[in-house]
Design a protein around this ligand. Sequence first.
Ligand SMILES: [Zn+2]
Length: 287
Amino acid sequence: MATPLTASKLVQILRAEGLTVHEVRNWRTHNRNSKGAWGPLNGVMIHHTVTSGTDASVDICYDGYSGLPGPLCHGVIDKKGHVHLVGNGRANHAGLGDGDVLRAVVNETQLPSDNEADTDGNRHFYGFECINLGDGKDPWPEAQKEAIEKVSAAICRAHGWSERSVIGHKEWQPGKIDPRGFTMDSMRTRIANRLKGKPPTTPPKPSYVPFPGSAFFHVGQKSAVITAMGRRLVAEGCGRYESGPGPAWTEADRKSYAAWQQKQGYKGKDADGIPGKKTWDALKVPR
Ligand SMILES: [Zn+2]
């Protein structure tokens, strides 16, 4: 039993867990609180959308449709594992489910089978809709499953819950089949393992492009890595570009990189403008 997280707190814990979070329109004040109670919160419910395409799926979860107004959940988890927040407060995702299941979630005990629809779930559960057709064929990319794991673990940690507070819609409401394509037991095991780890205290460090090897840099090479490198060289005051930087490796890239090598203390042949591992790692080219 818990007081709902504020919008800012939810964003903060999801980002701290290493997730990419998109805030959709006015999600912070978008809810169904005028239609019924919101809270106390007892768990997290996982769904699949039966839709495809990120933008269309996010829109329908924000807006709902005739007969079922939005928000249809709190967050949408796309195939890349990004989280799109669409609602904060009561949302139309859980419907009526089994009160015995709710009791088991509250007590974090073994789930009974859901054979009744006697309890308002929208009051008690955070809901996450995962983009999947739910036909048993549409794949669940690892990035998406990892995001489900992270979202669930972040919320459980914030409330002091275990993995047993995370259920699938199909475990709540008779007749529901979502999510389909992985078992909730396997997901709960992943969440439990994540909860055993150290809680994240700071967002993970940005990741940099690993050194691609000196042979990568030659005339005729074209890559977004070279553009990113050029931007970093300019930022370090080493840009020797008349235009650009761009993706194609040019003499201007070589001269700019040579300036960076000199700035790092290299001279002569060691500052020939062809990147080496040490100066590359020092440059910290973002992905
Ligand atoms: Zn559902």
